[in-house]
Write a protein that binds this ligand. Structure first.
Ligand code: INI
Length: 153
């Protein structure tokens, strides 16, 4: 039997982070979590390029361009879609989720899903570095693990 597991080393890789300006007070916290994780795992600032987009809906297009560019080993997507009084939330959350999944499958590059989809602002705050951890931190962890795992295949 052979078992394969990804490692969490950031040596020699280049990463792109796509982050949404909409709900910026949350997405900057997600970005802080991502950069903190990467810094603790040996990734220098020169290995990270950050791309700001207007809203989460725009994330998949930029993520796809970056994944296709041959410049990056992985892409981390960060944003917060928070429910309002209309169905808008449902459409944006569905598109960004589907778009990120398709980008990874179509390009073969790990694309981490660091998008919060919450009913309330409070739930988003809890997942952006307060009592329920930081989704940006977990997205960074998953991208390092997936880059390492895919290299073994
Ligand atoms: N974008 C978000 O990232 N989060 C939201 O909660 C949100 N809501 O609710 O409207 C949102 N809208 C903007 C959207 O992502 C696009 O930027 C916009 O529709 C222009 O294409």
């Amino acid at each position: 039997m052979k078992e394969y597991k990804g490692e969490f080393s950031g040596q020699g890789i280049q990463l792109a982070v796509v982050v949404s300006r909409f709900n910026e007070f949350i997405s900057t916290k997600l970005l802080d979590g991502t950069l903190d994780y990467l810094n603790r795992h040996g990734v220098d600032t020169e290995q990270v390029s950050i791309f700001w987009v207007p809203g989460s809906f725009e994330i998949p297009l930029v993520a796809k361009k970056l994944a296709e560019s041959n410049r990056f080993d992985g892409v981390i997507c960060l944003g917060a879609v928070i429910r309002g009084d209309t169905p808008h939330f449902t459409y944006i959350a569905a598109e960004v989720t589907k778009g990120i999944a398709q980008t990874a499958l179509q390009t073969g590059i790990p694309v981490a899903y660091g998008i919060l989809t919450t009913d309330t602002v409070e739930q988003a705050i809890e997942r952006a570095g307060t009592k329920s951890g930081n989704k940006g931190w977990f997205a960074a962890e998953s991208v390092l693990e997936m880059i390492s795992l895919l290299k073994q295949i």
